[in-house]
Structure formats: structure tokens, C-alpha cells
Design a protein around this ligand. Structure first.
Ligand SMILES: Nc1ncnc2c1ncn2[C@@H]1O[C@H](COP(=O)(O)OP(=O)(O)OP(=O)(O)O)[C@@H](O)[C@H]1O
Ligand SMILES: [Mg+2]
Length: 396
């Protein structure tokens, strides 16, 4: 079955071009640059058709990992497999990886159609008889003098239609908006029908609204084509909203892999709790801990958690939306709920939510509440009672 047949789109004829989807396996990948380790023992097991994000702060090794998979960097040690094939010794153009870069890397002097057709031309150039090459060169650099073969013309038109750029086929890429340029870059990668689509910060040059639209577009195309995709980003919201699974990287290492909900609800470390969403992170001393019941002391106050720990000192992690501000006179009497007295330090209206900073003893807690029209926004200095269920108190 071909990419276009899988997409379920009509009129996509791709006779003879079989799609081989690619799982990607990275084992103990290490990369050193002049003796400095940029990657240490990276292990990834990406399934066929999965949308997998590499997420982490600047310099953590995301691009280097991706470049090793694509073949632009040679690993210092470790193995990379695409499908069943070990690709360490295989050059980039034979790995069947389509790349989309942050900068798009389009040719500004060529129109949309030629940009997308470029890589097909290059492929044909390599395969063709020397006498035929001249006409391909002419087509690449002065297309009016040489026609595209019908099959190639059809294929480029199909993919342009697919990314909704068919109307712009003859427009120079320098005359397109950022989002349109991004879709040309995507079309150019997809037209080669790669086994794996690699995208390195593809949305970071776009304004926020367009980024949101493009997230949906890329996700739709990925799901439609079921193409294995590795998406690099330092934007946690982007990774969490798009990916099936996310690998969080830090200092050249993968520190947790999981679905967005796993990472959010079960972060493996305070770093992840803080990087993936917003967290209240409070260091405390464990007083007692057994199955389903721990008590931790923070700034002289005790807090209950249903999580068990064998540590003496822990980080107590509470998500802002898991703290409730109790209305006056309705204190909770449930034994599994922690109650704190606090004072509003700051309130920020965010449209559908209000974020409060509440001073509790010497700690400041971030509390998110839903806002609906008519709901009061509490003023700075207001005394409040906060409630947190012990099930929502993570210990790391
Ligand atoms: N060619 C190179 N020579 C030397 N050091 C390099 C080279 N490429 C990357 N590095 C180093 O390797 C580390 C990882 O870089 P990498 O580009 O993979 O980070 P990144 O996670 O993609 O960051 P960003 O989010 O800023 O793009 C960095 O410390 C970087 O300085
Ligand atoms: Mg990078």
C-alpha cells in the first residue's frame, strides 16, 4: 500500500511505490564532539506509525539525536535501526528519512512546485542514463524548457493538494507566509514517501496562533498517513498536545519516556514535573510512610499523601489545578484532604482561568481555578483555605 492510498484520498495513484513503514530503535547511542559527550546512552524504541516527540531544554541533545538517526552525524557508539535494518553505515539519502528543518531550507528562487519536485528530480538524476540527465538539469534550473514526466507532475500535485497548497504551486516560496512555507517543507519531505519523518523544531519560526493551527495540520497528516514521526521541540505544550509518546531529555540523556498523561501525572523527577506543565515543588521531610499513606513535614506543616516512599527527604509535587480554594464557611471534613490557611499574594486573570499565588507559611503555592462569567476574582491580601486531596500529592 502506498502513502496516498493509505491516506484514503481519492485520485492518488502511486503504482509500484510500496510504503514500508519504519520503526526506529536507538540503542545505547553516545555521541562525543571533540571528547565532550553530547549524548550518553540514549535508548529509544519508536513504533511504526507512532508520533514521538523529543522534548528538552536548549542544548540537551535533541538535534544531535535526530541527526544521528538521519545519518548526518556518526554515533561515537551505539546502534540505530530503522525497521529491521541497522543503519549506522548507511548514508543519509539511503535511510528513507524525510527531514523538515526549523529554517524550512526552501529554495527562494524556485516556485512551490519546483521546491517539492526538487528531491524527486535529484533521485531521478542519480538513477537515469547520462543522456537523460541534461533534460533533468534543465528542468531543475530552467523549468520552462523541459517538462516534468506525467507521473512526477501528478505526484507533486497530489501532495500539494494534500497540504492545501495546490493553488500556490507556481508562486515563489519567498512570496509565501510562514505557515505556507512550513507546508512546502512538509510536502517536500513527504513527496519522497519516507519511512520516517523527522521534524526539528518545525514550528518555532511561526507566531503563536499559526503554531496552534500547524500543530493540528501536522497531526492530521501524520495520523492520516500513519507515518512514523519524530518531532523535536523544547515547547512542552507542543510535545504534549501532538505526540503519542514523549521522551524528555536533559544534559544528553533521556530521563523519562511516556505518554503525555503519564508524564504529567507521574513525573519521574522534579525537573520533569516542572518542565512538563506547572508544578508546586516543595522539599519536605518524611515523618511516616506505608502503603497508601505517607506524612511529610513542610515548613512545620504536615501534609498527607497516598504515595509511599522509602526516602527520608522528598519533593512534594502538587499540580496547581489540584488545589481547591474553599469558599468561606465550608471547610472540608474529609480525612484524606489536606487543608491549609493562606493569603492571596497575586491573582492573574487568564481568560478561562484565574491563577493565584497563595502564601502558605513561608511557601508560595500556585493555584489554578476555572473562571466563568460572574465568578469573583479574589483580591490580593484575601485570606483563604486551600484543600488538596492526598491522592493528588505526589512524592518524588
Ligand atoms: N558540531 C558540534 N560540535 C561540537 N559540539 C556540538 C556540535 N553540535 C552540537 N554540539 C553540542 O552538543 C550539545 C547538544 O546540542 P544539540 O544541538 O543536540 O541540542 P538541542 O537539544 O537540539 O538544543 P536546541 O534546543 O538549542 O536546538 C550542545 O552542548 C552543543 O553545544
Ligand atoms: Mg536543536
Amino acid at each position: 500500500m502506498t502513502v496516498f492510498e493509505m491516506s484514503g484520498k481519492k485520485n492518488f495513484s502511486n503504482k509500484g511505490r510500496e510504503l514500508i513503514m519504519g520503526s526506529v530503535k536507538v540503542e545505547q547511542l553516545t555521541k562525543e564532539f571533540s571528547g565532550v559527550k553530547a549524548l550518553h546512552d540514549i535508548n529509544l524504541d519508536i513504533q511504526e506509525g507512532e508520533f514521538f516527540a523529543l522534548l528538552g531544554p536548549s542544548g540537551c541533545g535533541k538535534t544531535t539525536t535526530m541527526r544521528c538517526i538521519a545519518g548526518f552525524e556518526q554515533p561515537t557508539s551505539g546502534e540505530i535501526k530503522i525497521g529491521d535494518q541497522v543503519v549506522n553505515q548507511i548514508p543519509p539519502n539511503k535511510r528513507s528519512c524525510g527531514m523538515v528543518f526549523q529554517s524550512y531550507a526552501l529554495f527562494p528562487h524556485m516556485d512551490v512546485f519546483d521546491n517539492v519536485a526538487y528531491s524527486l528530480n535529484i533521485k531521478q538524476l542519480k538513477a537515469s542514463h547520462p543522456l537523460k540527465r541534461l533534460s533533468i538539469y534543465i528542468r531543475m534550473f530552467n523549468k520552462k524548457l523541459s517538462k516534468y514526466p506525467k507521473e512526477m507532475e501528478d505526484r507533486v500535485r497530489q501532495i500539494l493538494e494534500y497540504v492545501e497548497l495546490d493553488k500556490y504551486a507556481n508562486r515563489l516560496t519567498s512570496e509565501l507566509s510562514g505557515g505556507q512555507q512550513q507546508r512546502v517543507a512538509l510536502a517536500r519531505a513527504l513527496v519522497m514517501e519516507p519511512k520516517v519523518l523527522l521534524m526539528d523544531e518545525p514550528l518555532s519560526n511561526l507566531d503563536q496562533k499559526l503554531r496552534h493551527t500547524m500543530r493540528t495540520t501536522i497531526r492530521r497528516i501524520q495520523q492520516d498517513l500513519k507515518i512514523t514521526t519524530i518531532f523535536v521541540t523544547h515547547d512542552q505544550e507542543e510535545a504534549m498536545s501532538m505526540a503519542d509518546r514523549v521522551a524528555v531529555m536533559k544534559d544528553g540523556q533521556v530521563i523519562q519516556i511516556g505518554t503525555p498523561t503519564e508524564l504529567y501525572s507521574q513525573p519521574a523527577s522534579p525537573f520533569i514535573a516542572d518542565f512538563v506543565g506547572t508544578s508546586n515543588i516543595l522539599p519536605g521531610k518524611v515523618i511516616t510512610s506505608k502503603a497508601n499513606e505517607s506524612v511529610v513535614q513542610i515548613n512545620g506543616k504536615q501534609i498527607k499523601s497516598t504515595y509511599q516512599t522509602d526516602k527520608e527527604e522528598v519533593n512534594v509535587i502538587i499540580r496547581p489545578e489540584n488545589i481547591t480554594i474553599l469558599s468561606e464557611g465550608t471547610p472540608s471534613s474529609e480525612s484524606d484532604v489536606n487543608i491549609f490557611e493562606g493569603k492571596i499574594n497575586q491573582s492573574t486573570y487568564l481568560g478561562s482561568a484565574v491563577r493565584y499565588e497563595v502564601l502558605v507559611n513561608e511557601s508560595t503555592l500556585i493555584v489554578d481555578t476555572t473562571y466563568f462569567s460572574g465568578r469573583e476574582i479574589l483580591k490580593e491580601g484575601t485570606k483563604v483555605q486551600l484543600a488538596v486531596s492526598s491522592e493528588r500529592v505526589l512524592l518524588i
